[in-house]
Design a protein around this ligand. Structure first.
Ligand SMILES: Nc1ncnc2c1ncn2[C@@H]1O[C@H](COP(=O)(O)OP(=O)(O)OP(=O)(O)O)[C@@H](O)[C@H]1O
Ligand SMILES: [Mg+2]
Length: 412
């Protein structure tokens, strides 16, 4: 009874049979379609897995070769001292003795030159590869990576000096053809000198801001090293790097630290400074053409600089950055009060007249102090009185006499 209930009844009359068969055929066709779809799906899965497999196999191969490389013995570092013929060279390994070895076929024979660093196989000492030149990390540290914010517009009252420095430094780098046409060699370097706080470093920072050249900045005292010959080596590497990366501008701030006049030296420290200076002179001369390397020096003691440093050919242009006059002071005040909230009663000309003998950094300090007075009095705007108080605080008496003595006392 139960069996007959589960099995559908065989249709008896032909019409029913026909419908029954049609039904089954459509059912089977849809089933067939489903199965085909499944098959397609499975095939695409298979393809995906196969590509995955190939990828993983490649990765395994890569990792295996990396493991091989990590397991391989270290290479010895050496220096090529001579090239005998073809691929036979004489090397000096870092351990000391010299060897005659063969070099790998893969190395371009052009690159096999005396003085080049290379790697050597540990057993045969064959030259495997040529290494790039290395510079002291300190030299790399001199590179100005972040461009300074100051532009020429932030310098007040030094327009002729800006023109001179642009002519001497930027023009030869940007438009060398002008110099070729006229038939002169462009200036190699400029020296900025003047009293402290007049904007020498600021000017160099503006040059770094405005130029696209590679900019190296070094303070003279950084070139003075502890061990004999180290300072000279630093200078040599500095010039090498500058030449390689040209166009380059080297800025040597406070150059008096190494450039002081050579006398009958007494201590070994003095002699070391002098050796560094001599390397600097040789570097600036550029026994070989220096390429597009310009040098800017800055000092406030030009009187003690060695005469050899000052002669044309080294620093071709010597630019004085003097204490600002009334107009200069007004221009500097304009620069530093640009962002300040000033009361209408302030006449900057008056402040410029009252600050006779002040330098740029004093004027900046006066602006800042005036702002501080305004903050103390809880004003939002800086008034004339704030400025007068600030001038007094920075050390200027209104009749102008006491100022000099204060100045001496302040910086004694
Ligand atoms: N002409 C100027 N225009 C605008 N600001 C100036 C000017 N001169 C100096 N200053 C201000 O004074 C600060 C100090 O100047 P800077 O460092 O250039 O002095 P310097 O001439 O290099 O002095 P030093 O010889 O002592 O190194 C600058 O940061 C700047 O804010
Ligand atoms: Mg300076």
């Amino acid at each position: 009874m139960a069996e007959s209930a589960r099995q559908p009844q065989e249709p008896q009359n032909p019409e029913e049979l026909y419908r029954y068969l049609l039904d089954r055929v459509t059912n089977m066709e849809t089933r067939n379609l489903e199965l085909r779809e499944q098959l397609r799906q499975i095939e695409s899965d298979k393809r995906y897995i196969e590509t995955q497999k190939i990828r993983y196999e490649r990765e395994v191969r890569k990792l295996k070769s990396e493991i091989e490389q990590l397991r391989s013995p270290p290479l010895v570092i050496g220096t090529i001292t001579d090239v005998v013929e073809g691929n036979r060279v004489i090397v000096r390994s870092s351990a000391g003795p010299r060897f005659m070895v063969r070099s790998s076929m893969c190395i371009d024979p052009e690159k096999l030159k005396p003085g080049v660093r290379c790697t050597l196989n540990q057993q045969s000492l064959a030259v495997i590869d040529i290494l790039p030149e290395s510079y002291d990390a300190q030299v790399y540290g001199m590179e100005v990576v972040e461009t300074p914010q100051e532009s020429y517009g932030d310098i007040g009252g030094l327009d002729p000096q800006i023109t001179e420095i642009r002519e001497a430094v930027e023009l030869p780098l940007k438009r060398p053809e002008l110099f070729e046409k006229v038939g002169i060699e462009p200036p190699k370097g400029v020296l900025l000198f003047g009293p402290p706080g007049t904007g020498k470093t600021l000017l160099a920072r503006a040059v770094a801001h405005e130029t696209n050249a590679y900019f190296l900045r070094v303070v003279g005292s950084e070139l003075v090293q502890k061990y004999i010959g180290e300072g000279a080596r630093l200078v040599r590497e500095l010039f090498d790097l500058a030449k390689k990366k040209s166009p380059t501008i080297i800025f040597i701030d406070e150059i008096d630290a190494v450039g002081a006049s050579r006398t009958e030296a007494t201590t070994s420290g003095d002699r070391e400074v002098q050796r560094t200076l001599m390397q600097l002179l040789a570097g600036m001369d550029g026994f070989e053409r220096r390429g597009d390397v310009k040098i800017i020096g800055a000092t406030n003691r030009i009187d003690i600089l060695d005469r050899a440093l000052l002669r044309p050919g080294r620093f071709d242009r010597i630019i004085e950055i003097p204490l600002p006059d009334v107009e200069g002071r007004l221009a500097i005040l304009n620069v530093h009060t640009r962002g300040m909230n000033l009361e209408g009663d302030i006449v900057l000309e008056e402040i410029a007249h009252l600050t006779e003998g002040k330098n740029g950094s004093d004027l900046k300090a006066i602006c800042m102090e005036a702002g501080m007075f305004a903050i103390r009095a809880e004003h939002e705007k800086v008034t004339r009185k704030d400025f007068l108080c600030a001038i007094e605080k920075i050390g200027l008496d209104f009749d102008g006499h006491k100022y000099m003595s204060n100045y001496g006392a302040m910086f004694a």
